[in-house]
Design a protein around this ligand. Structure first.
Ligand SMILES: Nc1ncnc2c1ncn2[C@@H]1O[C@H](COP(=O)(O)OP(=O)(O)OC[C@H]2O[C@H](OP(=O)(O)O)[C@H](O)[C@@H]2O)[C@@H](O)[C@H]1O
Length: 176
């Protein structure tokens, strides 16, 4: 019998040692989360879920002198914090209050300006990105852009749908 060393092969595991097959990935359930936009009559501050993030539109100078922005300023303060974020038009500044995000969507440069449609659309895409970055699932907003900023509700609806399509954010748009 040759005394050449026998080739040693990794021993094939006996049945009881056979590693269990990897778990099959769970198939996404039919109810997998997807983007929704619901419009609801009510006051944004008192009727929206307390766990929802909030968002509204402001000018880059963060004056928030009128409209719902003024309510946000009085309710959440944080103007210096917001200014320190040095956001430009198309970007979103934010505060954290009571465990939720408050988003300040910069849609125009100065208080006397009106948002350009493209800037409005781009800032909503950025808002979606921020929601996904922070894992926001519920977002409550007023009819953004349709009051002092003079945008049509149809344009605003379409912009929200385009920006959030494919996300898993549930957006509720409140109106008085
Ligand atoms: N509690 C509440 N619940 C639910 N809905 C509420 C509400 N309170 C008001 N609304 C309605 O929510 C819509 C939009 O309300 P707005 O007209 O204020 O906002 P907008 O997005 O058109 O314009 C923003 C710019 O205006 C501001 O003032 P500046 O001039 O810029 O200083 C900012 O700074 C921005 O730049 C209107 O239908 C309001 O009736």
């Amino acid at each position: 019998m040759s005394n050449l060393p026998r080739e040693t092969y990794p021993s094939t595991p006996s049945p009881q040692e056979t590693p269990a097959p990897p778990p099959t990935p769970a198939t996404p359930s039919a109810t997998s989360e997807k983007f929704t936009l619901v419009e609801r009559k009510g006051d944004l501050f008192t009727d929206s879920p307390s766990t929802d993030a909030l968002a509204h539109c402001v000018s880059r100078d963060l004056r928030m002198g009128k409209g719902i922005a003024d309510f946000f300023k009085k309710k959440f303060n944080g103007v210096e914090n917001l200014k320190a974020q040095k956001c430009e038009v198309g970007q979103v500044a934010y505060l954290q209050r009571d465990g939720r995000y408050i988003f300040y969507v910069i849609t125009k440069s100065g208080v006397y300006d009106k948002p350009a449609q493209k800037d409005f659309e781009n800032s909503l895409i950025e808002l979606r990105r921020m929601c996904e970055k922070f894992g926001v699932k519920g977002l409550s907003i007023p009819r953004i852009g349709t009051g002092l900023d003079g945008l049509s509700l149809e344009f605003v609806r379409n912009s929200i749908n385009k920006a959030f399509e494919g996300s898993s954010v549930n957006v509720t748009m409140f109106y008085l």
